[in-house]
Design a binder for this molecule. Structure first.
Ligand SMILES: Cc1ncc(COP(=O)(O)O)c(C=O)c1O
Length: 382
């Protein structure tokens, strides 16, 4: 396995991405979902190779990415994907909006399950839908989809549901049984399921990711998966995402989109994604190992220095959902955190369930994480 380590802060501060230009240098940026690890060499080489060849025109079609993703899905999850049923687009957000737009009539209800990735609220509106919130269930130990609440929303006329598997920000990997039950409900009420699986490539070794389209015929009939190599390989800026269908019905939904949706894929993004999905397994395993180590470090640091903060370590990806309510840091603890020179994401932006919470990105070096928790702990004692 490759030993993946975060770049030092001096090099990171030379990056021009949102993470590194939004705050002054005395702030540790642990907010937006970008990782501090370097690009996998195999991806860097693919990009440099295409740039050297001046190969920066329009994409010719989705097939290379479809083939690369089908290989990846079979190796990693035993999921058989037909490359001919994969389409590309600019990014996962665009894939979600365009899928939802095709699935509903303007004004129809679209279900989301907060706390969830904040742009979901906007993507539903951008697709012309009306938000129907059915919050995640949380018994204090386990999260879960509220299938009864979802059924009530379907009975009430919602025409689509946008799920997040694994769920950002809580890092919950939805179990097969719940996904299968959701697919049955979707079939019964003829609802389209759009499954955002962008974090699935970063499922930890302690958990098993189940692709929605692999659970049943009902799921294949009702569902579309939208995913990307971008979270796992830090490729958000090169713009390529995959929309996957597994039935004639869902393929018709993808192919009913305007052709521009596919043309807006970046050719550099396509080549980077093909390289990642074809040759990136070792690097990905190293990245997951680094993330798991960071997850354990964060849990230990919080237990030692900030025991008032509630933390249930995620089973996928690198986002920690921290409950500051016992500290009384108001509805939005990221304000106090920023005063302590640590930039976190505001919990309430993930839905009202996020009051008292903040999200911390721990895909960083151990010393950065240690310093961040130290600063937060000092602020708590002040
Ligand atoms: C659940 C989820 N979906 C979508 C995105 C955005 O993906 P993209 O940049 O491909 O639109 C993110 C980014 O963090 C995310 O966490």
């Amino acid at each position: 396995m490759v030993d993946v380590q975060a770049d030092p802060l001096e090099s990171l501060r030379k990056r021009t991405s949102e993470k590194w230009v939004s705050y002054p240098p005395d702030v540790l940026p642990l907010f937006v979902a970008e990782m501090d690890y370097p690009l996998a060499p195999v991806i860097a080489e693919a990009l440099i190779d295409r740039v050297r060849a001046s190969d920066t025109g329009y994409v010719a079609g989705p097939l290379p990415a479809g083939e690369a993703f089908a290989g990846f899905a079979e190796r990693r999850w035993g999921w058989v994907v037909d490359p001919e049923r994969v389409r590309t687009t600019t990014d996962v957000s665009v894939g979600i909006v365009e899928s939802l737009r095709r699935a509903i009539q303007p004004g129809d209800g679209i279900v989301i399950n907060p706390p969830v990735y904040p742009p979901f609220f906007d993507l539903v509106r951008e697709a012309g839908g009306a938000l129907v919130e059915v919050p995640l269930l949380d018994d204090g130990n386990e999260y879960g989809l509220d299938l009864d609440g979802i059924e009530r929303a379907f009975v009430g006329g919602a025409r689509a549901i946008l799920i997040c598997n694994p769920q950002n920000p809580v890092g919950h990997v939805h179990p097969r049984s719940q996904l299968a039950a959701l697919a049955e409900l979707a079939a019964r009420y003829d609802v389209t399921v759009v499954s955002d699986e962008i974090h699935s490539l970063l499922t930890h070794s302690t958990a098993t990711f189940t692709p929605f389209l692999s659970v049943s015929d009902a799921a294949r009939e009702q569902g579309v998966a939208v995913t990307s190599a971008s979270k796992a390989f830090n490729l958000a800026g090169v713009k390529c995402a995959l929309m996957v269908a597994a039935s004639d019905r869902s393929l018709a939904l993808l192919d009913g989109m305007s052709v521009e949706v596919g043309w807006r894929t970046s050719i550099l993004g396509l080549h980077a994604s093909v390289a990642a999905l074809t040759h990136g397994d070792d690097w990905l395993d190293g990245t997951i190992a680094a993330i798991e180590a960071s997850n354990a470090l964060l849990a230990g640091l919080l237990a030692q220095h900030l025991p008032e903060v509630g933390y249930r370590p995620p089973s996928a990806s690198y986002l920690g959902w921290l409950d500051f309510s016992a500290l009384g840091w108001s509805d939005d603890p990221s304000i106090r955190a920023l005063a302590a020179k640590v930039a976190l994401n505001a919990g309430p932006s993930f839905g009202t369930q996020g009051g008292g919470f903040a999200r911390l990105n721990f895909a960083c070096a151990p010393d950065v994480l240690t310093e961040a928790v130290t600063r937060l702990a000092q602020a708590a004692r002040r």
